[in-house]
Design a protein around this ligand. Structure first.
Ligand code: ZN
Length: 156
């Protein structure tokens, strides 16, 4: 990664870390999950509003919490990109994102959009848990929904 790009990436992380988007309790949320990263002390709660049906869709996402710039920026970017996705798509995105941070396959970057700014975290293995905290909360929140008997499971 060249210097210019690195600086741009850092700018986005600092911006989202300082002024996180969708930083609020979501009124009327259908799912929520807290996450805690003891390694760094990051703590957050993720909220989702999912429209039920044969093809459930995440209509809104938000979070609240406190932690390092990476955890807050990652949560902020995550909530921005969830809107309009199905839970299945969101889970697939997590796989891609995790691969971006831990794998060595550059092709997985396609479709990640802005989330790519967090690629630099791969150079700091101890910070990966900061970057994935909101995502683990996301998976927890989605799994909660699937255990509800009256909530149809997507078979996509
Ligand atoms: Zn952290």
């Amino acid at each position: 990664m060249n210097q210019e790009l690195r600086e741009l990436y850092q700018e986005v992380i600092i911006d989202h870390g300082r002024r996180p988007r969708n930083f609020k309790v979501l009124e009327g949320h259908t799912h929520s999950q807290t996450g805690y990263n003891p390694l760094c002390g990051d703590r957050l709660q993720l909220f989702l509003q999912i429209r039920p049906g044969p093809r459930p869709v995440i209509e809104e996402a938000s979070f609240q919490g406190e932690g390092c710039a990476i955890s807050m920026a990652s949560a902020s970017l995550l909530t921005e990109c969830l809107k309009g996705k199905t839970p299945t798509e969101a889970k697939a995105l997590f796989q891609q994102f995790h691969q971006l941070l831990t794998g060595d396959d550059a092709s997985t970057r396609e479709g990640l959009g802005k989330l790519q700014v967090l690629a630099g975290v791969r150079a700091f293995p101890t910070r990966i848990k900061c970057a994935t905290l909101a995502w683990h909360a996301l998976l927890g929140a989605l799994d909660q929904g699937e255990t509800k008997p009256d909530d149809p499971v997507s078979t996509e």
